[in-house]
Write a protein that binds this ligand. Sequence first.
Ligand code: GDP
Length: 304
Amino acid sequence: MFNSLSDRLSATFQNLRGKGRLSEADIDATVREIRRALLDADVAVPVVREFTAHVKERALGAEVSEALNPSQQIVKIVNEELQNILGGQTRRINMAKTGPTIIMLAGLQGAGKTTLAGKLSHWLKKQGHTPMLVASDLQRPNAVNQLQVVGSRAGVPVFAPHPGVNSEFEEVTGDPVQVARDGVAEARAKLHDVVIVDTAGRLGVDAELMQQARDIRDAINPHEVLFVIDAMIGQDAVNTANAFNEGVDFTGVVLSKLDGDARGGAALSVASVTGKPIMFASTGENVTDFEQFHPDRMASRILD
Ligand code: GDP
């Protein structure tokens, strides 16, 4: 991820090396290169426009610095602006003051929600929390089973509508909203301090799915609604993110499949277009392939 963008940006900065002072033409040429590199990385057009406008404005207005040469100064500005579009500061989970912290997962089918449920619960457990998972995805055959497998790998209990009944060939019947409500009640009764509710995803955004997700949200009143998005989906990311933002008003984003070779545009666009922070990154299929998302570190990684 980001390899090509990183190379393009460093080549652009390389061109400025050795210059004593940047003319307006130098800045224009640099900003043009940055714009092309971002567009080629699939970053959404409005995000690119705003980003390059900020960089240009700041570069033109930059004080001549004793400490930094012009090329370093541009790198610094680009780094800070990248950090801004990635959401600024690291955003931690909003933990409940009393009772369980309720986290709901939403996103398209195949985005990586169920896998994330395992990773997030494993990560929380390592920090001394006592998470429980709730299988409210009754749409996809085998989803409940899959969550049970993920839960056992993470060593975390799973609340499911019909334990053991669901299989690849059999659809689970039941009301996902009721399952979510019952799951949260069970977590409360058994004194789990975090409960993670997995919900159904469809192949495309659809009204029925969104209504179901909204109904679940309203029934359990979560502290966090995490929107999981596959970083490989490129330009589609923005439309999907906007639809879920309007549909369930999520509180944070999880980027999954950051280990892939996508060009990175989704990662760079979603926080900016939705105004919601990226909180976690999923980087593989194993339960430990997961990290908290730090905008500053990601910006530095891109500019490395
Ligand atoms: P859901 O439909 O949103 O619950 O998606 P799943 O959790 O079932 O994930 C869909 C597929 O993507 C599965 O084959 C996962 O193993 C895979 N997957 C999920 N997260 C990642 C990730 O971060 N990296 C990679 N390489 N694969 C992932």
